[in-house]
Each structure stands twice: as C-alpha cells, then as structure tokens.
Write a protein that binds this ligand. Sequence first.
Ligand code: C5P
Length: 233
Amino acid sequence: MSNAVPVITVDGPSGTGKGTLCGFLTDWLGWHLLDSGAIYRVLAQAALDSGIPLEDGRSLSVLAARLDLNFKQEPGGIRVMLDGADVTDAIRTETAGAAASRVAALEPVRTALLAMQRDFCRPPGLIADGRDMGTIVFPEARLKLFLTASPEERAKRRYKQLKQKGISVNLHDLSTEIKQRDARDTGREISPLRPAPGAIVIDTTDLDAGEVCNRVVALVQSTYHKIPLKNRQ
Ligand code: C5P
C-alpha cells in the first residue's frame, strides 16, 4: 500500500447509504472501489458451499487465503465472481449478510483478508466501503466518513432495495435481522464497527442520496483540492 495513493474510507452499518455514496464517488473521481462487505459475504458463501462451519476460524482463514474472488467491471455495475461463477445476487440476501457477519467476527478471518483488501489501494485512488476501513484497514486515509441512520429508516431502505431486486422479505423479520447483525458487528472484540478517530459522521436518516453526495463532494473538494479529479465539475 502506498501512502501516495489517496483513500476515502466510508464505514457504517447497512442501510445507511454507503453503497450509493461509494458508487457515486467511484464514478465522479474515477477511483477504484473496495466493497469489503462483498469479500466477507463471498467467504461466508464459499464456506457454506464447502460445508465449513461458520465458527471454524482456522479452516475459514485457509479458505480465505485460497479464495478465487474477482470483481468484474460491467456496464450495469461491478459483478462479484467466485470460482468463475457470478455470485453478485446470491451474496446480497439477508442470510448471506448474517453468515458474513458471523465469519467477520473471527480474528483469523480478518487477518487473512487484510492484505487482499489493502491490495485494492492503487492509483489514482480508492473508495473503501465497509465497517473497519478507517479504523484498521486504511487508518492513514485523509478523509474518513462514517454514515449512520435510525434502525427503522435503515430497515425500510433495505426492504425497498430487496423488493426492487425481486427478493421477497418481511419488514419485521428484516428489522430483527438488522438489529442482530448490528449487535454482532458493534459488539465483537475484533475490529468492532465504530467511527475511526477523526471520522466525519453523517446521519443520513433525513437526507436523500443526492443530499449525502453533495455534502461529501464539498468534503472531498476541501480535503483533496490539489488532486485532479477525473469528472470534477
Ligand atoms: O456491507 P455488507 O452488508 O455487505 O457486509 C456484510 C457483513 O460483513 C457485515 O454485517 C459485517 O459483519 C461484515 N463486514 C465486516 N467488515 C467490513 C465489511 C463487512 O466485518 N469491512
């Protein structure tokens, strides 16, 4: 990882608008994207496929080191490939999210995935989306963001998102699952979900995606005013 490569970290729980913001920043700046959640989801999926128990840290770390994972840029967005198969939609279910949060709580797993994540840091820059991007993976990033929103609003957003994708869910169950996942992510001993020192916290409960992006554009411009931005207006 090079200190010369600019990194913007975007952390926070699910349903706070991180994905939308990171997609916007990636297009606007022309930088690379690290969707670290997808890596944990793929690992959990690979473990389920190969019958490895989700609490077996040692076997999971071996699996993590061997993971044949690729992100493929396509016109409709980034596709996630595992062993050559497209798993983009399969890993987006709440079941996969819950399994991801179980494997993500294990220290050997997090250690095994650290180098893979840091390897995404390449010129001209990186947008890093996750839970510990600012605290552990890229603590030297100059701009660190932490998005929050009320649990009710986040459940509603996830519900809408999943429905649009044709995935049928029950709002009450979704809300329960989100609360359980939050508790696991914030309560774990290793890399718990929390704002990094110096992170700018943005509560998106009453903001639409455009308002969040506008706020962040101003922050990027004041932080990186000397860096040429590909699509800067
Ligand atoms: O962001 P996403 O919902 O895809 O993440 C799935 C799960 O992966 C999270 O609930 C969290 O437990 C885990 N995760 C993590 N650290 C990251 C990214 C995701 O622990 N940097």
